[in-house]
Design a protein around this ligand. Structure first.
Ligand code: SF4
Length: 312
């Protein structure tokens, strides 16, 4: 799962290194922000915060994960750029350059079927954002192709908060099958959609803290939703590919046991202007080369400098 993140930053004129490898130089803008021109980063965030934050029954701060109360990304651009890490992995810049080179074809499943490709660009902005969140919820433990198919079936019926709430569980299950854990996802999608309707006017919240408070929404999804739907880099989105590759390359100071631990470890040293790029880059690399089982080390440009390289 990945995202293309340029739109919000472009709209706000912010300097940011994004997935330039995913766009052709000079290509026209693409993504939610372009269809919703007023929803640049600042405006999008403002809209979410002004209009869609709950005015009643606000969650108490202590009920939220402290790690997400104010993310580094939400503190503002620039602060992390000044941070000098006390540690960084050996050879990481060359390894990153090699991965960019191996990914230059942009032909991994994530490049065509990621969350930024699953929403209807002609829908109203808040519907687009809802569709982004829904595709992210469907994507966990699911191949990109399967998620894209489920989104296609849902969108064919008009995919909005209201349409989902009017769809019975059995029909919804049929539409999203065979995504992983589809029964649980039916339940979470219904619960989350009800919350979005009641508390956010049918939009999605514009903070990681509020996103992870939604049923079935984890940190990786929240960071990707912030990036794709709101144009805000709130943190590194770490899934199993990013988690695995970061450990193989020893991009974490010590072995990490979960994607969340990996996210924190990466954010300690990886320059913030690379945070948005890293998910899509490594996900595609994990899909094509650094496979979970029997990685294609013989074809990997990092073989000579990879601690986990299989040199058979
Ligand atoms: S050498 Fe093998 S394990 Fe190391 S990054 Fe490349 S594919 Fe992955």
């Amino acid at each position: 799962m990945c995202c293309r993140l340029e739109f919000g930053m472009k709209a706000s004129g912010m300097r940011m290194v994004t997935r330039s490898w995913s766009r052709e130089p000079g290509a026209g803008p693409r993504g939610i922000g372009e269809e919703a021109a007023p929803l640049g980063r600042g405006e999008a965030a403002a809209e979410g915060r002004k209009s869609h934050r709950p005015v009643k029954r606000q969650r108490k701060a202590q009920s939220l994960n402290v790690a997400y109360e104010v993310s580094d990304g939400e503190k503002g651009e620039g602060t992390e750029l000044l941070k000098v890490p006390s540690w960084e992995p050996q050879d990481w810049q060359q390894q990153l350059a090699n991965i960019r080179s191996m990914r230059s074809g942009k032909d991994a499943p994530v490049d065509q079927l990621g969350a930024e490709h699953c929403y209807d660009p002609s829908a109203p902005p808040k519907v687009q954002r809802y569709q982004v969140l829904l595709s992210l919820m469907l994507s966990s433990q699911t191949k990109d192709q399967v998620t894209a198919g489920a989104m296609q079936r849902l969108r064919a019926r008009g995919l909005t908060v209201d349409s989902i709430l009017q769809t019975d569980d059995s029909t919804l299950g049929t539409l999203i099958y065979p995504v992983g854990f589809w029964r649980n996802k039916v339940k979470y999608i219904k619960q989350t959609s009800a919350i979005l309707q009641q508390r956010y006017g049918g939009d999605i919240p514009a903070s990681v803290a509020e996103l992870v408070a939604l049923p079935g929404v984890g940190p990786k999804m929240a960071h990707l939703a912030m990036a794709v739907a709101w144009g805000t880099v709130s943190g590194i989105a770490v899934d199993t590919h990013v988690h695995r590759i970061a450990n193989r390359l020893k991009w974490t100071k010590k072995v990490t046991k979960s994607p969340e631990e990996t996210r924190r470890a990466l954010e300690e040293w990886l320059p913030r202007n690379l945070w948005s790029e890293i998910n899509g880059l490594l996900v595609g690399f994990g899909q094509q080369t650094c496979l979970p089982v029997r990685p294609r080390c013989q074809a990997c440009l990092n073989q000579a400098m990879c601690p986990a390289a299989q040199r058979l």
